[in-house]
Design a protein. Structure first.
Length: 235
């Protein structure tokens, strides 16, 4: 009897995995999900334009994404917005992007220069600067080479700078190495990556643009990246 129940549970899990994969298998839905990786809430009209589909088709796709809990709908007055359901979905998509790049035929990178330099990836920093930041943390032995563990030394040194990680009640990893899809190398992810981006913003090291994932460093940020992390950038 126990084996029958176990088999049924495994079958249910396999079915749910297939449904989850099917959600991302559609190109239009994939485009919507990639757009939502900027961490903002988008309207159905905006997402229909991103996916290059009609409003009715976009609505059907969004209903499917909500049903499978990839996306949540938010009501604001008479308007309705959609955003990723949470960090677990964002991390799943980011990992999938990395796998997709790693398994694809090598090609010339066509990511716009400004986005390749620095951009937001849901709630953390990505691009060249983020990759160099990851390398610096590893070189200083603040972070393990796989990005999975923030060392005691790392926690101590970041705390001295006023950067304190708080995982709260989330099951999210404190740290993980996320494969940057434009650089093909790791940048800081998990709670660490989110905390760093938030702290950079609070300290006015960076500026973001509404409707864009592009991140620019302020003159203060350029100086501080050099003095605090040994990273040179001009923008």
């Amino acid at each position: 009897m126990a084996s029958v129940i176990l088999h049924e549970e495994e079958g249910e899990l396999e079915s749910q995995m297939a449904l989850t994969a099917a959600v991302m298998a559609d190109k239009s839905r994939s485009r919507m999900l990639c757009a939502l990786m900027d961490g903002r809430a988008w309207t159905a009209t905006e997402l229909s334009a991103v996916a290059d589909v009609s409003a009715s088709t976009a609505s059907a796709h969004l209903a499917r994404l909500c049903e499978q809990r990839f996306v949540v709908a938010l009501a604001q007055g008479r308007h309705r917005y959609f955003r990723l359901a949470g960090t677990e979905i964002a991390e799943l998509l980011e990992r999938l992007m990395g796998v997709a790049w790693a398994t694809s035929t090598p090609r010339k990178i066509t990511t716009p220069i400004n986005l390749r330099h620095a951009r937001t990836c849901y709630d953390h920093l990505a691009g060249e600067v983020a990759v160099r930041l990851f390398d610096t943390l590893v070189a200083r032995q603040w972070l393990t080479p796989d990005g999975e563990t923030l060392t005691d030394l790392g926690q101590e040194k970041l705390a001295e700078m006023g950067i304190v990680l708080c995982a709260g009640v989330t099951r999210r990893k404190i740290s993980c190495g996320c494969l940057d899809w434009s650089e093909r190398r790791y940048h800081p992810g998990g709670v660490l990556g989110a905390t760093l981006l938030s702290w950079f913003s609070e300290q006015k090291w960076i500026k973001t643009q509404t409707g864009s994932r592009h991140v620019t460093f302020t003159p203060l940020g350029v100086r501080k990246l050099q003095t605090e992390f040994g990273i040179q950038t001009t923008r």
